[in-house]
Design a protein around this ligand. Structure first.
Ligand SMILES: Cc1cc2nc3c(=O)[nH]c(=O)nc-3n(C[C@H](O)[C@H](O)[C@H](O)COP(=O)(O)OP(=O)(O)OC[C@H]3O[C@@H](n4cnc5c(N)ncnc54)[C@H](O)[C@@H]3O)c2cc1C
Length: 136
């Protein structure tokens, strides 16, 4: 299934990325940075896939603002055990499956495609170091 790793489209106006879900975050971020964007959450380990971080939960420092990886997912195509592929969103007839995918560890179906939110990226990161004399 790792062949399902192709980018499909980037909507800069709406800040959305449509992609096959076995794309790794390394591939995903390499693409979005060229357009000045990032996913809301980018797990540090570069070979984690978008689907794996959705079904298996993905976190990173930006979660304090945007939630988990799956909170940035707007739509998924899910392959069911009977061979059907359902497009699931929060507001369609498959909303229960959409909400059930996070933390499902592949038990409900296999995510083939996902549409995710993007956020603007900046060229530099400012780091401030604050020194404390006490842990209190
Ligand atoms: C060294 C190391 C560093 C890590 N660092 C981070 C980190 O910085 N941030 C973070 O969030 N996590 C981190 N993790 C944990 C990692 O994010 C999770 O284990 C993640 O779920 C792995 O995703 P994966 O793409 O490698 O998928 P896998 O490990 O292959 O699968 C993870 C789970 O998702 C299911 N799954 C995979 N693909 C699909 C699919 N297409 N549809 C449905 N279910 C699917 C699998 O059945 C499995 O239950 C780290 C893990 C390790 C070992």
């Amino acid at each position: 299934m790792s062949e399902f790793n192709h980018l499909l489209s980037t909507d800069k106006q709406e800040k959305l990325l449509d992609t096959e879900a076995l794309i790794t975050f390394e591939q995903l971020v390499s693409h979005t940075l060229k357009h000045g964007f990032l996913p809301t959450v980018a797990p540090e380990l570069k070979h984690i896939t978008l689907a794996g971080a959705t079904a298996g939960i993905g976190i990173e420092s930006s979660c304090f603002r945007y939630g988990f990886v799956h909170d940035g997912v707007l739509e998924v195509d899910v392959l069911l055990p009977d061979g059907r592929i359902l497009t699931c969103r929060e507001n369609n007839e498959y909303a229960d499956l959409f909400y059930g995918m996070a933390n499902s560890y592949g038990t409900l179906g296999y995510v083939l495609r996902a549409k995710i939110k993007l956020i603007p990226s900046k060229s530099f990161v400012q780091i401030d170091n604050h020194r404390y004399d006490s842990v209190l």
